[in-house]
Design a binder for this molecule. Structure first.
Ligand code: C2E
Ligand code: CA
Ligand code: CA
Length: 754
């Protein structure tokens, strides 16, 4: 079903809370992951600090030893330099300098001329090298210093690390003494900084460790070729100079790394900075784990939360199902229909229609075969109907035996009629394992929604109205609502209201009786009159008695109306009497409902007494069709009526199925042969009329015959010839108001009328 209530609830009751939950848990997970990653970094910072702390003592030892060693070295260089000053220029051959170097335990002895050129050296190939601008040798040459000790640096020619010292010889020339760092390290071996740094890498979980002084010189490094180099990274420089102890990201040896600068202090005196380096991959592995953990937590929470929501949703769905679906057929129910129609009436769809299906005689089926069987039939019917509908045509169970189909976007009424007729056909098909239900049928009322259908209530009211019209036309099974139905309803309501006002005596003018003469053939004058009810309704006019009598019967007003008619008929009988018509009879039509009412006889008697009318002056007409009901009971009632002196006429005789044999046992005095038989008396062959036979047979069972609807002279002549007792019809007179009827009676007494 396209617009299923449950799918609608899906979005509002499940998806949205689920998304919110996802968002909430997601945010929480993100926050914890973030926090844990931060923790990782801060623990790295802390561990770098503790590494720095734990090596502080060793570093401090080293520093002190280094300083001592350096002082000794510098002293040695200066001593060596001065020793060189003592040698003769002529003695400064390479071989003699080699010897001297061995004696002094230094590695280089270079003698420079005033232009900064090496003129003599213990290393042959150095002779001829000239100091250039920017070179430390050049700087010393042009300085005022008489002697100077340099920090370790790579030798310009060999690239090996040396510590150099200079002393001037007179004003122009100078001596350079160099000691290889390697040898220097031998000297400071027991305080080997390099070893210390390497042990950090070995013992601690760090990839690289470097020790840097405040001139950004790398004093030791676990990475080869880094020692003695100056730090170039601005970040590291800043961290060193500002003693910032903070984790940072960077690049080292072509690899992404994380580094922490841990300043090393001894009694608040700054010694240097330990630069500890981890490859980023270590951290990213850890972070990956944290993220994976987070993801797992997220999933677990989501599954738990989702399950709770899903359970709630299922619960809600079943509540929705109970509230909106019929448990027997699984179809959406009337509550759903109501809401659906409320939306439909405001929708802008081009054409929308509602089909109301009514299973007739379903109650009888239930009573005959039981409710369980009835339920099975309903299920089958609903499945069958569903199967001929398209998925976007909504199908509801409206109530016990009524269904509703909602059709949207159809092209013509033919489409709807076709559909309705297919539904009718479904009911004719045999049902699985069912008995034969010839009497189980369906009626379909079709209503196209228009501008007046502003609520579901109005829609259902109108389509039900159409259905009620159908019940009046028994052979039809499909009906399309039309606005005239509305008019008819309004008409019915107006009639009903007038009747009620008449009966409560608020309205004395709308209702009256007319009187149609009954012509006594033998006496050639009126035998009496038939009282015929007349109703005038404001805005409509005269209402045919058949219509308002029928309405009065359906609305349980007929009994009171019957009493009113009897009263008025009695008034007329009195008027006749007052005019001297002692033997005239007033015939009154009595409906079955009146006759069967228990207090009927008593009430009739009461009215007769009250009005002072004798039963002999009244005749009750009952229609032949009512004999189809319980004959015995009716016959008994008739006997009671007769005991009041009132004679009985059987109205509309010939339209029902009474046999003459039955008539014989019926408590009646007169038979009113229906107009149908009188109409047949025309210009055609007399042998074909059966009317004479009917009169003859009625006479044979000793009853009188009244002919109804005599309109032609020929009919009168024929009926008289065949000894019909009484004639009634327009040929004699139309029904007349009371006064005119009395006038008619007077005229007939004078023999003037016909
Ligand atoms: P009904 O009892 O058979 O009444 C005779 C109907 O035939 C009357 O119609 C009358 O006007 C009409 N009629 C009389 N002569 C002729 C004629 O020559 N040609 C034609 N074509 N019609 C003729 P009305 O007054 O319209 O009454 C119709 C029916 O309404 C009555 O049929 C009766 O069944 C019912 N009805 C009328 N008044 C009452 C009443 O007071 N109580 C009850 N229960 N039913 C009444
Ligand atoms: Ca009648
Ligand atoms: Ca009649």
């Amino acid at each position: 079903m396209k617009k299923d209530k449950l799918t609608k609830k899906d979005i509002s009751y499940f998806i949205i809370p689920f998304l919110l939950l996802m968002l909430g848990i997601g945010a929480l997970t993100y926050y914890t992951v973030q926090k844990r990653v931060k923790d990782v970094y801060s623990s790295m910072e802390k561990s770098s600090m503790s590494i720095a702390d734990s090596y502080t003592a060793s570093l401090l030892n080293y520093q002190e030893a280094y300083d001592i060693a350096m002082n000794l070295l510098e002293e040695k260089i200066l001593v060596a330099s001065r020793a060189v000053l003592l040698i003769d220029d002529n003695d400064s051959t390479t071989s003699s300098l080699i010897r001297l170097a061995e004696e002094l335990q230094v590695d280089q002895i270079n003698l420079y001329n005033p232009r900064g050129e090496i003129v003599a050296s213990n290393i042959e190939e150095y002779i001829g090298w000239t100091a250039y601008e920017g070179h430390p040798v050049f700087d010393f040459m042009n300085s005022d210093h008489s002697s100077f000790i340099e920090e370790s640096r790579p030798d310009s020619i060999s690239g090996e690390y040396y510590k150099f010292g200079y002393v001037r010889r007179g004003d122009t020339t100078f001596v350079q003494i160099g000691v290889l760092d390697e040898n220097l390290n031998q000297f400071t071996k027991q305080f080997d900084l390099q070893n210390l740094i390497e042990s950090i890498v070995r013992e601690q979980e760090v990839e690289h460790a470097l020790y840097i002084n405040d001139r950004y010189e790398v004093l030791a490094s676990s990475v080869k070729g880094r020692r003695g180099v100056f730090v170039l990274s601005d970040d590291v420089k800043q961290h060193v100079s500002e003693r910032i102890h903070e984790l940072d990201h960077g690049e080292f040896e072509g690899e992404k790394v994380i580094h922490v600068c841990a300043p090393v202090y001894s009694k608040s005196q700054y010694l240097g900075t330990l630069l500890l380096i981890w490859p980023e991959s270590i951290v990213s592995r850890e972070i990956k784990e944290i993220v994976l953990d987070g993801l797992l937590e997220f999933l677990i929470l989501l599954i738990i939360g989702g399950s709770i929501l899903h359970y709630a949703y299922i619960k809600d769905k079943s509540n929705v199902r109970i509230a909106y679906y019929d448990h027997l057929t699984g179809l959406p129910n009337h509550t759903y229909l109501e809401e659906y129609l409320e939306n439909l009436v405001v929708s802008s769809k081009a054409r929308r229609a509602v089909l109301l299906l009514n299973c007739t005689n379903f109650k009888t089926l239930n009573m005959t075969y039981g409710y369980k069987y009835g339920d099975r039939i309903l299920q089958q019917i609903s499945e069958k109907v569903r199967s001929i509908l398209t998925p976007d045509q909504m199908f509801f169970r409206f109530n016990a035996d009524r269904f509703v189909v909602v059709v949207e976007d159809f092209k013509s009424n033919d489409e709807l009629l076709f559909m309705a007729n297919r539904i009718v056909d479904i009911f004719k098909e045999p049902l699985d394992g069912g008995n034969k239900h010839e009497y189980l049928e369906v009626q379909v009322a079709i209503l196209e929604l228009n501008g007046t259908h502003l609520s579901s209530d109005k829609v259902m009211k109108d389509v039900s109205l159409a259905l009620s019209h159908l019940s009046q036309h028994d052979n039809e099974q499909v009906i399309i609502y039309s606005d005239t139905m509305q008019v008819e309803i309004l008409r019915k309501e107006a009639i009903e209201e007038t009747l009620r006002n008449v009966l409560s005596h608020q309205d004395e003018t709308s209702f009256s009786l007319y009187f149609q003469p009954l012509w006594d053939v033998r006496k050639n004058r009126t035998r009496g009159f038939e009282a015929l009810a007349r109703l005038q309704v404001d805005g409509i006019g005269e209402i045919p008695p058949m219509e308002f009598i029928d309405l009065a019967e359906k609305n349980l007003l007929i009994y009171d109306l019957g009493k009113e008619i009897l009263s008025k008929a009695c008034d007329f009988a009195i008027s006749l009497k007052e005019e001297g018509f002692e033997d005239q009879i007033v015939a009154i039509n009595i409906s079955l409902i009146q006759l069967l009412r228990e207090e009927f006889i008593k009430d009739v008697h009461k009215i007769l007494m009250k009005k002072g009318v004798s039963g002999e002056n009244l005749e009750f007409e009952i229609t032949e069709s009512i004999l189809a009901e319980s004959f015995e009971l009716i016959n008994e009632k008739l006997a009671e009526v007769k005991r009041l002196g009132i004679s009985i006429a059987l109205d509309d005789f010939g339209t029902g199925f009474s046999s003459f044999a039955r008539l014989r046992s019926l408590n009646i005095d007169t038979v009113k042969v229906d107009r149908y038989f009188i109409n047949r008396i025309t210009d055609s062959e007399e042998e074909e009329f059966i009317t004479a036979d009917v009169i003859h047979m009625v006479h044979r069972i000793k009853l009188k015959v009244i002919a109804e609807g005599v309109e032609l002279a020929k009919q009168k002549e024929y009926l008289e010839r065949h000894h019909c007792d009484v004639l009634q019809g327009y040929y004699i007179s139309k029904p007349l108001p009371a006064e005119e009827a009395i006038h008619f009676a007077k005229e007939s007494r004078k023999g003037k009328v016909i």
